[in-house]
Design a protein around this ligand. Structure first.
Ligand code: SAM
Length: 277
């Protein structure tokens, strides 16, 4: 690091930033020939000190093999969701589909569908995807991420879950992924202040079936079966207390094979449901 950059990192640490984040901001905004570099870093540091997530300030974030654009219109992709993509790749490999059709419900930044399509392409699999979100703002970010990663095989649908999706693709999906909102509305006061910068439609869900924050997860489980192909798999990320409710509802909704995968912290996190009839 040059002397000018090191001095700036020191100054940011003195103002209250942790050293790792100060270094990150300085590296991110450093342009050797730009005399305004210091003021750009200072504006970014003020935003960080006001509590804004680093990811929104720098405007992009790594997710698996991809660097994704992120801003306040979308949820910041989380590490556990990277595990969902691993499960999805394993399930698709088990099904041995040569050209799978994939839907991602509540796509946000497009983290899941963009990663999946890129990694399938790396494996020589030409998948096609649709990315669904109720938020037009989120879909703009997802589109940008698909373009950034040169994906032409994904389309975008503004819809509340399956409601506006073309009926002609019903029964054809080999894989449906979803990371819906699953934080209960009454948990808002116990959450990290940083979460207040993220869109509330990405985080909060109503209670359902006596389970806090379960409404969106429940709607996806009950509505997805008819959209799956005969070998199709549904994978849903859910709250760590939703495991049993999600399994019970999946069985009651017609799935014969229902399991839960844990995240790296050991919490029940992902419903894997297949063999729908
Ligand atoms: C937890 S975020 C997940 C974003 C992204 N898939 C990820 O894993 O980072 C949930 C997403 O679901 C979307 N959403 C919320 N309610 C929805 C609904 N009724 N129909 C479709 N999408 C919805 C939100 O706009 C948000 O983008």
């Amino acid at each position: 690091m040059t002397g000018a950059k090191a001095a700036l990192v020191e100054e940011l640490v003195a103002r209250g930033l942790v050293a790792r984040e100060a270094t990150w901001l300085v590296d991110e905004f450093f342009i050797a020939a730009d005399p305004d570099f210091t003021s750009a870093v200072m504006v970014a540091a003020e935003r960080r000190l006001a509590g804004e997530p680093l990811q929104y300030i720098i405007g992009h974030w790594p997710f698996r093999h991809c660097d994704l654009d992120v801003d306040a219109r979308v949820l910041i992709p989380r590490p556990e969701t990277e595990e969902l993509v691993d499960i999805a790749l394993r399930e698709l490999a088990l099904g041995r589909r040569s050209a799978p059709l994939v839907a991602d419900l509540g796509t946000g930044s497009g983290a899941i569908i963009v990663s999946l399509l890129c990694e399938l392409e790396e494996r020589g699999v030409q998948a096609t995807g649709i990315a669904v979100d109720i938020s037009d703002d989120a879909l703009s970010v997802a589109r940008r991420n698909a373009r950034k990663h040169h994906l032409a095989n994904v389309s975008f649908v503004q819809s509340s879950w399956w409601r506006e999706v073309d009926i002609n693709v019903r029964g054809r999906f080999d894989l449906v992924t979803a990371n819906p909102p699953y934080v209960a509305n009454d948990e808002v006061s116990c959450l990290e202040p940083e979460l207040s910068f993220e869109p509330s439609t990405a985080l909060f869900a109503d209670d359902a079936l006596g389970t806090s924050g379960f409404a969106a997860v429940a709607e996806i489980i009950t509505s997805t079966g008819p959209w799956l192909s005969s070998m199709g798999v549904l994978i849903v990320e859910h709250g760590y207390r939703h495991g049993a409710a999600a399994r019970d509802l999946a069985r009651a909704s017609g799935f014969a094979s229902v399991t839960t995968a844990t995240d790296m912290a050991g919490h029940e996190r992902f419903l894997v449901a297949k063999e729908w009839s």
